[in-house]
Ligand binder design. Structure first.
Ligand code: AMP
Length: 111
C-alpha cells in the first residue's frame, strides 16, 4: 500500500533495524522501544489489522514470535505479546503488527 509506513519498510524504501526476514514476514526493532527488547513482527502482505488477516498469516506470525523469543532468551524470562487494534486499542500504524516486549518486568497497566 502506497502510503503505509510498514509497507514502505517492507519494500526497503524506509530503513529498519531488521532482526528476521523471510518471504512472508519481517521483524524489526521498534523505533521507540518500550522495553530493552521491543520487536515488531509484521506480515509482508498488507492487512490493516488483525481483524482483516487470515488465521494462517496470524499463526505464521505467532511461530516467528516464538522463534525470536527463544533466540533472544525471552522464553526463559518471559515477555509480553501485544496486538493493538483500532481506535480504542490505540493502534497508530494501520498495518498488522505484533509487539514483542521483554527484558524487564512488564507491569500492568503499562507505564
Ligand atoms: P501501534 O501503536 O501498536 O500501532 O505501534 C506502532 C509502533 O510502530 C510504535 O511502537 C512505533 O514506535 C513504531 N514505529 C513507528 N515508526 C517506526 C519505524 N520507522 N521503525 C520502527 N518502528 C516504528
Amino acid at each position: 500500500m502506497e502510503n503505509c509506513l510498514f509497507c514502505r519498510i517492507v519494500s526497503g524504501e524506509i530503513p529498519s533495524n531488521k532482526v528476521y526476514e523471510d518471504d512472508k514476514v519481517l521483524a524489526f526493532r521498534d523505533i521507540s522501544p518500550q522495553a530493552p527488547e521491543h520487536i515488531l513482527v509484521i506480515p509482508k502482505q498488507h492487512f490493516d489489522s488483525i481483524l482483516d488477516a487470515d488465521p494462517q498469516t496470524v499463526g505464521y506470525m505467532q511461530s516467528i514470535v516464538v522463534k525470536l523469543a527463544r533466540e533472544l532468551g525471552l522464553d526463559e524470562s518471559g515477555f509480553r505479546l501485544v496486538v493493538n487494534t483500532g481506535f480504542d486499542g490505540m493502534q497508530s500504524v494501520m498495518h498488522l503488527h505484533m509487539h514483542v516486549l521483554g527484558g524487564r518486568l512488564m507491569l500492568w497497566p503499562p507505564g
